[in-house]
Ligand binder design. Structure first.
Ligand code: SDX
Length: 431
């Protein structure tokens, strides 16, 4: 990775420092500044990490200009079309697509870890019924370290693998239980005869009083949503998981930290915020008013579901998601859904508007996922928990990659200090 012949030279007050230039397999070169402070006595400054690589990774690559997303080299549109979520989980966890036998064994393992410790059911009952499901998920996932302490020794590769399988397997059960609890319905146990996405839909929408058959088009759309949210390089919540893990925290605590970060409306909370915005707009004739507000520097309003830190082209996931939205709405016969009409017209007007074109603000993954989830019957409060469920494999894969690097160390950024220099304490009577 380090081509010693390539260096970047930094000159400060007449003194030059040669910094190694690291060559990636794809993407921009990276200036290795690990020795900069020791050599030159200076820090770099990059709040928001717009130009900073926090780690090296082989899992996911994004080309924001091209709108390209690769998982272990496989383009997201091919995976969404030809693969399924548990196979993508295997790919992210174990570097390559599985053989038929490997996939069968992996799916059998995940299927048999979907139940949670029966005593955890009581844990849900400590929450108010109207608690946001994300609050419940942060609490319940964090508490898993109290129930599964036999897979918290992060120095043991086998325990790391068991914790990984438990997280992937149990997140749908926990998310479904958070939903059932919020609507006052009984928990529905996972079923081993259903595939991953169908099992989740069954746990959410089945009731003990009658049979519930999962529609294959809806489970396919659900599985595709899981694939499209699985991993996304070093986004805010993944970076949170990596930073928490760098202190040696147990995997369940690290994932709970990732869930907490994902909750924000600028990140995973955007799908909920997007649908709430579409409902607030209410009709296509109010779209110009909201577009004007989004363009107004003095108005903090932003178009939820638009823009991205990395994609300065169409989010490739949004393209696939848009196709899914059409399929689901055709099936459910709600093509006249006013929210969808507003969404389609908003996308058209925003993409025609020079402001969004100049700032390269395109619909992102959250723009269409909310529409599909609402059409399926999920309340907006369940949109981010579903994002968290899907992203768990990405968090776990990045967590595993970081721990497998013997050179990894605790993350400890420095700062640009602008506060007071040292001064003497003044007694209160003298102030
Ligand atoms: C996700 O990182 C990931 O990979 C995240 C994610 C993943 O899979 O993990 O892809 C998931 O979080 C998708 C993004 C979901 N968030 C939203 O949809 C919320 C709305 N979008 C914005 O808040 C914003 O676009 C961000 C936070 C997503 C990105 O912001 P940046 O890159 O920090 O860019 P910025 O805020 O500096 O904005 C650049 C300019 C600004 O104008 P100027 O100051 O240059 O004049 O674009 C404007 C912003 O005002 N702008 C918007 C806008 N987003 C940015 N203007 C109107 N509407 C918007 N949505």
């Amino acid at each position: 990775m380090t081509d010693s012949s390539k260096t970047a030279t930094l000159t400060i007050d007449g003194t030059s420092y040669d910094l190694p230039l690291l060559s990636p397999t794809a993407g921009p070169n990276v200036i290795d500044i690990r020795k900069l402070y020791a050599q030159a006595g200076v820090f770099t400054y990059d709040p928001g990490y717009t130009s900073t690589a926090s780690c090296d990774s082989t899992i996911t690559y994004i080309d924001g200009a091209k709108g390209e997303l690769l998982h272990r080299g496989y383009p997201i549109d091919q995976l969404a079309e030809k693969s399924h979520y548990l196979e993508v989980c295997y790919l992210l966890l174990y570097d390559n697509l599985p053989t038929a036998a490997e996939l069968e064994a992996f799916e059998a393992t995940i299927t048999r870890h979907t139940m949670i410790h029966e005593q955890m059911h009581n844990f849900f009952r400590g929450f108010r019924r109207d608690a946001h499901p994300m609050a419940t998920m942060v609490g319940v996932v964090g508490a898993m370290s109290a129930f599964y302490h036999d897979s918290t020794d992060i120095s043991d590769p086998r325990q790391r693998e068991i914790a990984s399988h438990r997280m992937i397997a149990k997140m749908p059960t926990i998310a479904a239980m958070a939903y059932k609890y919020s609507i006052g319905q009984p928990f529905v146990y996972p079923r081993n005869d259903l595939d991953y996405a169908s099992n989740f839909l069954h746990m959410c929408f089945a009731v003990p009083a009658e049979q519930y058959e999962v529609d294959p088009i809806l489970s396919r759309a659900m599985d595709r949503i899981f694939i499209l949210h699985a991993d996304h390089e070093q986004n805010a919540s993944t970076s949170t998981v990596r930073l928490a893990s760098s202190s040696g925290a147990n995997p369940f605590a690290c994932i709970a930290a990732g869930i907490a970060c994902l909750w924000g409306p600028a990140h995973g909370g955007a799908n909920q915020a997007c649908l709430e915005m579409l409902k607030e707009i209410g009709s296509v004739d109010r779209i110009p008013e909201f577009i004007a507000r989004a363009k107004d520097k003095d108005d903090p309003f932003r178009l939820m579901g638009f823009g991205h830190r990395v994609y300065k082209n169409f989010d490739p996931r949004a393209k696939v998601m848009k196709q899914s939205a059409d399929e689901v709405l055709d099936l459910l016969g709600i093509e006249n859904n006013p929210v969808l009409q507003v969404a389609k017209e908003l996308e058209k007007q925003a993409l025609d508007d020079p402001y969004f074109a100049e700032k390269k603000l395109f619909p992102n993954v959250d723009f269409y996922s909310g529409i599909i989830l609402e059409a399926m019957g999920f309340p907006t409060s369940m949109f981010t928990p579903i994002f968290a469920l899907s992203r768990t494999v990405g968090w776990i894969s990045q967590w595993k990659e970081q721990l497998s690097d013997p050179a990894h160390k605790i993350g400890r950024p420095r700062q640009l200090y602008l506060g007071e220099t040292a001064r003497e304490y003044v007694d209160v009577e003298d102030r």
